[in-house]
Design a protein around this ligand. Structure first.
Ligand code: TRP
Length: 447
């Protein structure tokens, strides 16, 4: 082949893959949404920020903003059948909307780099659980274990192992990789979480934990809490950067996008609440003050497993749960990068996967050792790029793509009814952009 023809060659879009079944779509998309955000982050944030009071605000955002953004991403993806950058180029030719896609692919690199670092810690804790490494250690010693671990070579090693697992699934494709694994992993995740929750709420003294989680404390609600709730909703639902544009592009034209978005959102919220039920009653039953964010899972829980009958097995189950939740999320983020590389640069899925993995690996090594890099990636992606992306996505649908084309896409060219369509259009045109912009600007300290 001549060089010019290699460079000129275009991706053959007729060979684009798609998901094989409704359950496969839900498993993949819920797999993306359900992750460390649900199990590692949500319980702690709820407990700290006023329990039930925070939950109400969170639910309000999930319904009024989360579902509309998710549905918009599905509509863009399925309408265009492209990666996020290609999708905007196709739906808005010659317009600057593709910059939203570029932001999304950029965010994918950043999220993957710090998120997989935390996912890697899970493997160390799984290893320690198997090896019974927490045995007879005091609370301080377990806390020190975590701090010490982070100064060794091991976080980088586990990070790389986790990236390899992720790449191994993505490389096999949409149907044979992502769909096949998420269909098995998601039911396992649900089962483990139910087992742990039952154990947790049946411990004597567990009621205090449920109070911590659910009892509304409105004095804790501040503007900052509201911001936290919106940020958490975006992160937890995997919206705002094109992950669901990418997955949406693999959804068949016959599926109902609206019910899919609602199901995925419900599954994500249910699992987040269930994770809180799995963690807090046990924490309070043993009278241990819950440690902050990362500490809750990596410092507090190992102490509890020490004290609990059958703790060895619950520890194993818990870290398997966390690893599985993280894995079905990391594959969805890597897929954004792979779809982009393979379609826009026209290189094979295999090459795209390795190229993406290598690039993320470099960033991730820095994120592993430097808490400054870690925080920078976390803040820039979760607090800036996701809300900004979400804002632009709903504005794209509401103000550019418009009612007519959006209705065609959501009703499958008029063959199915979408009862909430007028409400959805109102939300994406007015409420969602205004609310996201307000919360976003507040978060940046503009007012
Ligand atoms: N939603 C996942 C979680 O809660 C993380 C995640 C996966 C994500 N893909 C994303 C977050 C895309 C934002 C955007 O753990």
């Amino acid at each position: 082949m001549k060089l010019s023809s290699i460079i000129m060659a275009k991706f053959d879009f007729s060979k684009r893959e798609s998901f094989g079944s409704k359950f496969g779509i839900i498993a993949a998309a819920a797999g993306s949404a359900i992750g460390l955000g649900n199990i590692w982050r949500f319980p702690y944030i709820v407990g700290e920020n006023g329990g039930g009071a925070f939950l109400i605000i969170y639910l309000f955002f999930v319904i009024s903003i989360g579902i509309p953004v998710m549905l918009s991403e599905f509509a863009i993806g399925r309408g265009a059948q492209r990666n996020p950058i290609g999708a905007f180029k196709k739906l808005a030719p010659g317009k600057p909307w593709f910059l939203v896609g570029i932001m999304g692919v950029g965010a994918a690199f950043m999220i993957l780099a710090f998120y997989t670092v935390v996912a890697g810690w899970t493997l160390e804790y799984l290893y320690q659980s198997v090896a019974n490494g927490f045995k007879e250690k005091t609370a301080e010693q377990i806390g020190e274990m975590f701090e010490h671990f982070r100064t060794t070579y091991r976080p980088v090693m586990w990070f790389l192992v986790f990236m390899l697992f992720t790449a191994g699934i993505v490389i096999s494709g949409v149907k044979k990789g992502i769909e096949r694994y998420t269909k098995v992993l998601m039911p396992i995740l649900l089962l483990i979480l139910i087992v742990i929750s039952v154990r947790s709420v049946t411990l004597p003294g567990s009621k205090e934990g449920l109070d911590f989680l659910f009892k509304p404390d409105f004095t804790k609600i501040t503007a900052g809490t509201v911001l936290e709730a919106l940020g958490q909703a975006f992160f937890s639902l995997s919206i705002g950067m094109g992950t669901l544009i990418t997955y949406g592009s693999y959804i068949s034209k016959k599926e109902n996008l609206t019910t899919t978005a609602v199901s995925v959102t419900m599954a994500d919220t249910f699992i987040a609440v269930l994770a809180g039920i799995a963690i807090f009653p046990a924490v309070f039953a043993f009278g241990i003050p819950p440690a902050s964010e990362e500490g809750l899972v990596y410092k507090t829980l190992p102490i509890i497993f020490q004290k609990m009958t059958g703790g060895y097995y619950f520890s194993l189950l818990f870290f398997i749960l966390l690893g599985v939740a993280a894995l079905t999320s990391t594959i969805s983020v890597l897929e954004v990068i792979v779809a982009y590389f393979s379609e826009e640069l026209n290189i094979s899925r295999k090459q795209s996967t390795w190229l993406g993995t290598a690039a993320v690996a470099v960033l991730g090594v820095f994120a592993s050792y430097s808490s400054g890099v870690f925080s920078f990636l976390n803040f820039t992606s979760a607090s800036i790029l996701l809300p900004l992306g979400g804002l632009l996505i709903v504005m794209f649908i509401g103000w550019y793509y418009g009612k007519k084309k959006t209705r065609e896409e959501l009703t499958n060219q008029g063959t199915i009814r979408v009862v909430i369509f007028p409400v959805y259009m109102f939300l994406v045109k007015f409420l969602a952009p205004i609310a996201i912009a307000a919360v976003f600007l507040y978060g940046l300290g503009v007012f």
